[in-house]
Write a protein of this length. Structure first.
Length: 482
């Protein structure tokens, strides 16, 4: 019973913080800064303590996973229990003839909320609460007397709850809920300084890329429901704890579903061709940049692939695609990061380099190494981004102390590359590969044109069905006008 209470406290601490800050915003009575600080610190402390308690409980009882089923929240069609009760009232002959129709997973749908504490979710959960707590304490001072102080922490609460739901998701529906909360808070915090046009435009860019990622995720979720009859990861992965589970689908199905999940992961983690939004996301406040794009949000794509890693084992071609995509993104981020003129953009591409290596590790089957890499990279990148505002001051202090500019590092292979080719690479990196233009030309504009064409067809079809305007209707309209 105690472990069940601790499991609920893990989620309730973040949900309560969001409820308190949300209700005070709804009724236009925002809390004072001291009250917000107390609520944020208490939420992080309770959530981290409950997470550590769950870890201690599982270690002491030698448990590899501990599921917490919160039941079906949405049910469409017939549930399994209803089908079984209907079967009991049928004759044996009729029951045997209808077995296939009742067992068809496409005959019903249910959205189940389920939390799973295992060797993947607990480390990610503890890291999320620890880093959110650190950034929360930093932001309380960084955002002091800022006009949007309460708004910042409201979005922060949305993000924290989204990370907790994503980390503990036992079904793909639960994961999608957390995934959406993280994406929503990310876009809102990128556009936090909405009195300037650049943050708003960049926030819209981030949101647009997330829509592509979320669409692929949603199609993958529906496909998994069709294949396995539910979105439960336990039913999909078969027997075995993470990362030793064996997927219940065949190689061809794993490839089709895995491609959709790879698109979703690439969009969320800014892999090619979606890398253009990551430096744009640095328009937000430094605390949100640190916890989002240096620590947690940028690793959600890798976390998704780790959660569905048995699907990668079923398809060697899919695993190879993950490795190739990670390698190409690594090369791009290495070039782009070396020509950036501001520290936050340089750190953004440095984060992208490490995330690309993590994807390569996942594709090669090094699941525990990838998890350790995520934790280590998240911690050090958070420190670097938090230190970014004072880094230039320290740099000038060092130069004043030695009386000269700091030496610039050179690379031994620089002389091996022709000057003309180096200039082309420099321009390519400085323009960030023109990824935003490519997305606009080949994804955004075709989709917009297709939707516009569909709207015109719908209007014409509606006009044909409604027929020409009647004479009496026109007469009444003319009298009304008079």
């Amino acid at each position: 019973m105690l472990q069940f209470v601790m499991a609920l406290l893990v989620v309730a601490s973040s949900a309560t913080l969001l409820l308190v800050l949300g209700m005070t915003s709804l009724f236009r009575s925002p809390l004072r800064e001291r009250a917000v600080a107390t609520a944020v610190q208490l939420s992080s402390l309770v959530g981290l303590t409950a997470s550590m308690g769950m870890l201690a409980f599982m270690l002491s009882n030698n448990l590899h996973d501990y599921p917490v089923d919160l039941g079906d929240w949405v049910t469409l069609g017939h549930s399994n229990s209803a089908l079984q009760s209907d079967h009991s009232q049928l004759s044996p002959t009729l029951e045997s003839s209808d077995d296939k129709s009742h067992d068809d997973p496409s005959m019903h749908f249910h959205l189940r909320l389920k939390l799973v504490f295992d060797r993947l979710s607990i480390p990610f959960l503890i890291m999320s609460y620890l880093l959110c707590g650190v950034i929360g304490a930093f932001a309380l001072r960084y955002m002091h007397l800022e006009p949007g102080f309460h708004r910042f922490f409201l979005f922060y609460a949305v993000f924290q709850l989204g990370m907790v739901m994503t980390s503990l998701a036992g079904t793909i529906e639960t994961l999608f809920i957390g995934w959406e909360l993280v994406g929503l808070s990310s876009a809102l915090l990128v556009a936090f300084f909405h009195d300037r046009p650049a943050p708003v435009q960049n926030g819209l860019r981030v949101w647009s890329v997330y829509r592509i990622s979320d669409a692929a995720f949603l199609v993958a979720a529906l496909t998994l429901h069709h294949l396995s009859g539910s979105g439960d990861f336990e039913a999909l992965m078969g027997q075995g704890d993470w990362p030793f589970g064996v997927a219940t689908i065949d190689g061809q199905q794993a490839l089709s579903v895995g491609m959709l999940l790879l698109i979703a992961a690439a969009g969320k983690s800014a892999l090619l061709p979606f890398s253009g939004w990551l430096p744009r996301a640095m328009e937000g406040p430094t605390p949100s940049s640190a916890v989002f794009y240096g620590a947690l949000s940028v690793h959600l794509g890798a976390f998704l692939l780790l959660r569905v890693s048995p699907i990668l084992d079923k398809s060697p071609f899919l695993s190879a695609m993950v490795v190739v995509l990670g390698f190409l993104t690594l090369c791009f981020a290495a070039m782009a990061g070396r020509v950036q003129t501001d520290i936050k953009s340089a750190l953004a591409f440095a984060s992208l380099m490490q995330v690309s290596i993590i994807f390569m590790e996942i594709g090669l089957g090094l699941r525990y190494i990838a998890l350790i890499h995520i934790i280590g990279h998240a911690c050090i990148r958070t420190l670097q981004l938090v230190r970014a505002p004072s880094l230039l001051k320290d740099h000038r202090t060092l130069e004043n102390a030695i009386g000269d500019h700091l030496p610039i590092s050179t690379y031994f292979f620089r002389g091996l590359i022709p000057v003309a080719f180096r200039e082309r690479l420099y321009r390519f990196a400085l323009e960030r590969g023109r990824l935003d233009s490519l997305l606009d030309d080949f994804i955004a504009k075709p989709i917009f044109k297709a939707l516009t064409f569909a709207d015109r067809v719908e209007r014409r079809f509606t006009a044909i069905l409604s027929g020409p305007p009647k004479a009496d209707t026109q007469a009444n309209k003319s009298l009304t006008d008079v």
